[in-house]
Ligand binder design. Structure first.
Ligand SMILES: NC(=O)c1ccc[n+]([C@@H]2O[C@H](COP(=O)([O-])OP(=O)(O)OC[C@H]3O[C@@H](n4cnc5c(N)ncnc54)[C@H](OP(=O)(O)O)[C@@H]3O)[C@@H](O)[C@H]2O)c1
Length: 277
C-alpha cells in the first residue's frame, strides 16, 4: 500500500495544491479541515485528483478527533495559519471579482472583529504556533505507541510546517514571531520525524482567475520586485529585504514533495530554495 500523506488545511489555498502533488506522486492522501469540504474548482485538471483524496473533518485543536488518522501516517503537513488576527481579511482576499473592490484591499484587517470574543483560537499564538505544536505532538505520541524499533525509522517519516519568509509591511510582528517560535518547537522533535520547515513568501495560484484582490496584490508585488531588480539593480540591501519575490502554490507544493521524498533532508527551506526547486 502507498505511504499515507496527511495534510491539515488540505482544502485551503496552498493545501489543495499539496494534496494534488502528493496524489500525483502516488501517495494515499488525506486532507483534514474543520469542514471536511472538497475544495471548489472549475479547472478540468483538478476534477481527477480531487476524487483521489480522502476529505475528512476534524479540528486541529482536538487531537481526539484525528489521532487515529496519524497512526499509520508517513508524512504530515501543517498548512494553516493566519496573517492577521481578524478573520475578515480572508473573506476579503477570497472575494470574487464581482464582489471585491480595490478599495477593500486597503482595509485588510481594519474594522470590527466580531469573532474575537467568540473564537479564542483566532490569534497568532493559537493558529500559527499552538496548532502546529499540538499536531506535531499528536503525531509524536502515535510514533511512540509503535515501540522503539519503529520509532528508530526517523527517515521514513516527515512533518512539514508551512512557515513564512519574513513579516510583511503593516503586518504585526506577532505574525512572523509566532512562525519562528513554532519552527523551533517542531525542530526539537527531530528524534521522531524529519522536520521540514517551508518559508514561502506571498503566494499566488498559477491556475486561478487573474482578477481579484489576491491577483491585484500579486501584480503590485511583482512590479515592485522588478523595479528593485532592474532600476535599483538590487543595490540597496534594505530594499532587497523589504521587496521579496512572490511564489506560486504549485512551486511551494513541488518543493515540499521534493523535500519529503529526500529521506536525508530535514530543516529549513528558504524562499530562494523554493524558487530554485
Ligand atoms: N497565502 C499566502 O500568501 C501565504 C504566504 C506565506 C505563508 N503562508 C502560510 O501558508 C499556510 C497556508 O495558508 P493558506 O493561505 O493556504 O491558508 P487557508 O487558505 O486559510 O487554508 C487553511 C485551511 O485550514 C483549515 N483550518 C482552519 N482552522 C482549522 C482547524 N482548527 N482545524 C483543522 N483545519 C482548519 C481551513 O479549512 P476549514 O475552514 O474547513 O477548517 C482552511 O482550508 C499558512 O500557514 C500560512 O500562514 C501563506
Amino acid at each position: 500500500m502507498a505511504p499515507k500523506f496527511v495534510v491539515f488545511g488540505g482544502n485551503g489555498f496552498l493545501g489543495k495544491r499539496i494534496c494534488q502533488n502528493a496524489v500525483t506522486a502516488g501517495y494515499q492522501v488525506v486532507s483534514v479541515s474543520r469542514s471536511g469540504k472538497v475544495p471548489h474548482s472549475t479547472e478540468l485538471n483538478d476534477k481527477q485528483w480531487i476524487q483521489e483524496v480522502q476529505w475528512t473533518a476534524a479540528d486541529i485543536f482536538k487531537p481526539d478527533s484525528y489521532h487515529a488518522l496519524l497512526k499509520d501516517a508517513a508524512n504530515v503537513v501543517h498548512s494553516l495559519g493566519i496573517l492577521l488576527e481578524n478573520e475578515n481579511y480572508k473573506k476579503t482576499l477570497s472575494k470574487s471579482p464581482t464582489t471585491g473592490s480595490k478599495s477593500s484591499l486597503f482595509s485588510l484587517g481594519a474594522g470590527p472583529n466580531p469573532l474575537r470574543k467568540s473564537s479564542p483560537y483566532f490569534t497568532y499564538e493559537m493558529m500559527n504556533k499552538q496548532s502546529a505544536i499540538i499536531l506535531a505532538n499528536t503525531f509524536k505520541q502515535e510514533i511512540i505507541k509503535k515501540g522503539k524499533k519503529e520509532q528508530a525509522k526517523i527517515n521514513e517519516r516527515s512533518f512539514t510546517y508551512i512557515s513564512a519568509d519574513k513579516g510583511f509591511p503593516m503586518i504585526p510582528s506577532g505574525y512572523i514571531n509566532s512562525k519562528r517560535e513554532a519552527e523551533i518547537e517542531i525542530e526539537r522533535m527531530h528524534e521522531y520525524f524529519r522536520p521540514i520547515i517551508m518559508r514561502p513568501g506571498f503566494m499566488f495560484d498559477e491556475h486561478r482567475n487573474a482578477i481579484g484582490p489576491r491577483s491585484f496584490i500579486h501584480s503590485a508585488l511583482e512590479l515592485l520586485y522588478c523595479g528593485n531588480k532592474f532600476l535599483l539593480q538590487n543595490k540597496l540591501q534594505f530594499m532587497n529585504d523589504l521587496i521579496r519575490p512572490t511564489v506560486s502554490t504549485q512551486q511551494v507544493s513541488h518543493s515540499i514533495l521534493t523535500k519529503v521524498e529526500d529521506s536525508n533532508f530535514k530543516g529549513i527551506v528558504t524562499l530562494e530554495e523554493i524558487l530554485k526547486t
